[in-house]
Design a protein around this ligand. Structure first.
Ligand SMILES: C[S@@+](CC[C@H](N)C(=O)[O-])C[C@H]1O[C@@H](n2cnc3c(N)ncnc32)[C@H](O)[C@@H]1O
Length: 263
């Protein structure tokens, strides 16, 4: 896949330590290997350090391995030659995908430092997923796991390309919410419309794990609840030594809507 210059949209050419375009715009490759194409350094910079550390520590315990394995089965059946992971984080899933040409995009420098240190099979790019520096019809497959859905998906996909969206199902982390909140609630589930795409299949997968206090704390810190919860409620977690927690996910598979019917 050819990356485009974020200034003039010309194709970027790779040198040893940088990428440049014909108009002389140049972008350094960080020592860890990711490419910074984010022109607005003052804008929101994605997940912060503690959240990323917590997510890395939790994922390494293997509780979400069942999700990673299922995603790999689905992807292998689609035989893509190229894949973009939008909101890839530390690349826990990206690294595992057996696809020749992979790009991971995220706005968090901290996450991409870890991702590119551990995975040389993917080009990681610091950029917003709402303005992706790639040409139209660049890729066979796009995936978004627990990150916002970009409006760029249909533009970036080749004709007949696929999009995979992973999000929490109703009972995901319910016991964790019970431990912290007075009135826990089930997640609300609605179909997610994606511009230019048709939902063709949906898979629901579940698992449970007994977690230690340290694991529970890391899990809580990697979720959006971390920012929404009062210090008082968060402190309740320190009194929970162990807890069995449900993990439930919805994997939605979308196909690009072709404007022209094949004859
Ligand atoms: C919950 S994390 C999921 C990370 C990864 N997909 C995973 O499941 O391990 C959401 C990620 O989306 C990124 N993100 C959020 N908004 C973004 C944006 N506008 N552009 C790029 N990345 C974004 C965050 O920095 C974060 O790494």
């Amino acid at each position: 896949m050819d990356l485009l210059c974020p200034v003039c949209k010309e194709i970027l050419i790779k040198d040893i330590n940088r990428y440049h375009c014909v108009n002389g715009h140049s972008f350094d490759i960080a020592k860890e290997g990711y490419l910074n194409l984010n022109l607005k350094s003052s804008v929101k910079t994605g997940d912060e350090k503690e959240m990323i550390r917590a997510r890395k520590a939790f994922l390494e315990k293997g509780c979400y391995l069942f999700l990673r394995d299922r995603l790999n089965e689905i992807i292998d059946e689609l035989h893509p030659e190229s894949l973009i992971d939008l909101g890839c984080g530390e690349g826990y899933y990206t690294k595992s995908f057996n696809v020749k040409d992979k790009i991971g995009i995220d706005l968090s420098k901290e996450a991409l430092r870890l991702a590119s240190r551990n995975d040389k099979s993917t080009q990681y790019v610091l950029k917003t997923i709402f303005d992706v520096p790639l040409a139209d019809k660049s890729t066979d497959l796009i995936i978004t796991i627990f990150a916002p859905v970009s409006k760029e998906i249909s533009r970036l996909l080749k004709n007949d390309g696929y999009f995979i969206l992973v999000r929490p199902d109703e009972r995901h982390l319910y016991e964790l919410k019970e431990a912290v909140y007075e009135s826990p609630y089930l997640n609300e589930i609605e179909e997610v419309p994606v511009e230019g795409m048709k939902l063709i299949r949906e898979f629901k997968i579940n698992s449970k794990s007994r977690l230690s206090n340290e694991e529970l704390t890391d899990l809580f810190k990697m979720t959006p609840y971390y920012h929404k919860t009062s210090a008082e409620d968060f402190a309740k977690l320190s009194k929970t030594d162990e807890l069995e927690v449900s993990f439930s996910f919805i994997i939605s598979l979308y196909k690009k809507i072709s404007l022209y019917k094949k004859i």
